[in-house]
Design a binder for this molecule. Structure first.
Ligand SMILES: [Mn+2]
Length: 277
């Protein structure tokens, strides 16, 4: 299924991510069969229990769970929205594929904070930790199955907070750096294919891309992936693995030129997820 989730509240006080999602929707998604969850709130809410907009985010997590459970899809392609929109899709797919799923986290950030460790208290820095079973208890109650640290591979991570770095080290989570990737994409891809399971989920926060090539993100970080290398990786993954889910998240739409690249990405995903449309 193709899910459209323009939730922005995980990114902080400004709704730039909502504007970016709407731009993608109106410019690109019209010809595909995207559905939005019922009951999604696009309002801000208070900071509670060290999470900005917590009430809105908890409500939206329940809404996304509902639409997925009602449809029971085999594959899910999600266009966001902020990074935290993927908690429900990833947890569902992990359960559906009997825990045989590698979650490939393409992101400048680790998204491994807890409400206590998070410097910003924004929820888009926490979704991977939630998927691993740690964080706000009411939010965790809405997650049906937790993944493990053995199921995660980072790609392009370069801006992790100290507690996140410690967590990654303690749990030996592999990281493919942008340097080795941009240096020889074929070698890096080969290694990624070797250490991942046959079923793959691709989380794609657009801030994994180098800000010199793509600026329309809310938390840019220097020295990112080349767009060309990213496209090659995605194509190889779709050719070699069973990609059961994927996302495009964190687009602000600040530079309209970046929309063309998002269009290319949507086109790659939709060609492979459910075949050609
Ligand atoms: Mn990020």
């Amino acid at each position: 299924m193709y899910l459209y989730i323009p939730q922005w509240q995980g990114s902080g006080p400004k709704n730039d991510i909502y504007k970016g999602a709407e731009l993608i929707k109106h410019s690109i998604l019209a010809k595909y069969n995207f559905v939005a969850p019922d009951g999604l709130t696009l309002n801000a809410s208070d900071r509670v229990s060290d999470i900005q907009n917590r009430t809105a985010l908890l409500n939206n997590l329940i809404s996304v769970n509902n639409i997925i459970r009602k449809n029971e899809p085999q594959k899910i392609f999600t266009v966001g929205g902020d990074c935290s929109v993927e908690i429900a899709p990833i947890s569902y797919l992990y359960k559906n594929f009997n825990k045989e799923l590698t979650v490939l986290w393409l992101d400048a950030h680790a998204d491994l904070n807890t409400p206590v460790s998070s410097p910003s208290k924004t929820f888009h820095g926490m979704p991977l930790r939630v998927l691993l079973g740690q964080g706000d208890s009411e939010i965790l109650n809405q997650v049906s199955t937790f993944i493990t640290t053995n199921d995660v591979v980072f790609l392009g991570l370069r801006d992790a907070d100290p507690p996140e770095k410690q967590f990654i080290q303690e749990n030996n989570i592999p990281i493919f750096t942008t340097r080795e990737f941009n240096y020889d994409v074929n070698v890096a891809v080969k290694k990624i294919l070797q250490i991942t399971s046959q079923n793959i989920y691709i989380h794609l926060d657009l801030d994994v891309i180098d800000p010199k090539e793509f600026t329309s993100v809310s938390v840019p970080a220097e020295k990112g992936l080349n767009k060309q290398a990213l496209v090659l990786l995605l194509k190889k993954l779709f050719e070699s693995k069973n990609v059961v889910g994927a996302s495009i998240v964190e687009f602000t739409g600040a530079d309209p030129k970046d929309l063309a690249f998002v269009k290319d990405l949507v086109s790659i995903y939709t060609q492979f997820i459910y075949g050609k449309i």
